[in-house]
Design a protein around this ligand. Structure first.
Ligand code: NAD
Ligand code: SER
Length: 338
């Protein structure tokens, strides 16, 4: 981690804020909610959504500029940053933990190659960069309870290797070239707008879909597997707030621990049962995702984020369940009727 003193030489944060915003991997779970939030804050025309996938007519990203961009192709990144006068980048494009474990070579190319290309473009065009790290950046030798901001990071998954390397590369670009890089170590994210992209924490989203539709869920993690989670509105707010902070406040760049709750599948099932009393859960453990989950922290210490830039989650387990069941229920009902 680098100290705040190193940031004074970072490219002018206020100047970058006057230019437009780029989101890569914009059609994924996070991008589907980040893009509309950024457009509501800064104006639809100022936020350019990009992804390797084709834009569907019902996507939230249709409400403003959209470009097809593969982050492993540097010229495509140069072109979009130059053409749209980009000053701030949310670089979301990546493969998640379970997919990355299945395709480690592709994960390295996309997660690391893509980030390197993005940082190079950011260096040349003086852009600020948000990098989403993860609880996956920790490993079996990390203290698993109240995992500190600065601690052992020896992950045993390709996803984790790319997240630690990504944190280091972002710090390097900040120190060596003055690129204004910032990041969060996000926990598993729960949301209703878009499906999760193939991670170990996906159970915490699937469980709501199955509970609302069938009153039953078969979980791929063991009942007592404890992991950090966060409801998407808190995660989106954290990303937007972090990028708005004046650099001297930041004692860490890549990346701040943030969390909202530390829960197990059986605790989540019990919270859902308060609203859907007939809901039942059983377990068929997937050994690959179980091993990944057991290598990650059980709970993060996010006191640095709280102290440095006032981070505080607004949704605990019960508040998240109430909102998720409400909003997802309405969505599924609307889909059935159309
Ligand atoms: P996601 O899988 O839902 O979305 C990723 C998007 O990246 C997809 O739309 C995909 O099409 C796109 N993509 C893949 N390869 C690409 C390429 N070569 N060029 C451009 N786009 C490409 O993932 P997400 O959940 O939205 O996560 C976004 C970021 O946040 C990732 O870096 C992920 O590691 C990180 N993160 C997510 C979570 C979570 O729980 N969702 C938690 C911690 C960190
Ligand atoms: N939710 C992500 C995953 O499970 C953690 O970064 O891959």
């Amino acid at each position: 981690m680098i100290s705040c003193n190193s940031w004074t030489s970072c490219s002018d944060a206020s100047e970058a804020k006057l230019r437009n915003i780029l989101v890569t991997g914009a059609l994924g779970q996070i991008g589907s909610e980040l893009v509309p939030t950024l457009r509501a804050h800064y104006g639809a025309d100022r936020v350019v959504a990009t992804d390797i996938r084709m834009l569907q007519a019902d996507s939230a990203a249709v409400e403003g500029p959209y470009e097809h961009v593969d982050c492993t192709r540097p010229h495509q990144l140069h072109e979009v940053v130059r053409r749209f006068d980009i000053g701030r980048i949310y670089h979301l494009a990546a493969l998640l933990s379970a997919v990355a474990e299945d395709k480690p070579q592709i994960a390295w190319t996309v997660n690391m190659g893509g980030l390197y290309n993005m940082l190079e473009v950011a260096r040349q065009y003086e852009c600020a960069v948000f990098f989403p790290s993860s609880i996956g950046a920790f490993g079996p030798t990390t203290p698993h309870d109240s995992t500190p901001q600065t601690t052992i990071q020896r992950p045993t998954t390709m996803y984790g290797v790319t997240k630690v390397s990504g944190e280091l590369l972002c710090d390097y670009y900040a120190l060596r070239f003055g690129v204004d890089t910032r990041g969060l170590r996000l926990p598993g994210l729960v949301s209703y707008a878009a499906p999760p992209g193939g991670g170990t924490t996906d159970y915490a989203v699937e469980i709501f879909h199955q509970a609302i539709r069938y009153r039953h869920y078969t979980c791929f993690l063991a009942a007592d597997t404890r992991l950090d989670m966060m409801y998407m509105p808190d995660a989106i707010r954290a990303m937007v707030e972090l990028m708005e902070i004046d650099p001297p406040a930041l004692n860490h760049r890549n990346a701040y621990n943030v969390t909202a709750m530390s829960i197990t599948p059986e605790e989540l099932a019990a919270a859902i049962r308060k609203r859907i009393p007939s809901f039942e859960i059983d377990y068929e453990i997937d050994p690959v995702r179980q091993a990944i989950a057991e290598s990650w922290p059980r709970s993060l210490d996010d006191s640095s984020a709280r102290a440095d830039w006032g981070w505080a989650p607004r949704y605990d387990l019960d508040a998240m369940c109430v909102d998720m069941i409400d909003k997802l229920g309405a969505r599924l009902k609307q889909a059935r009727q159309s």
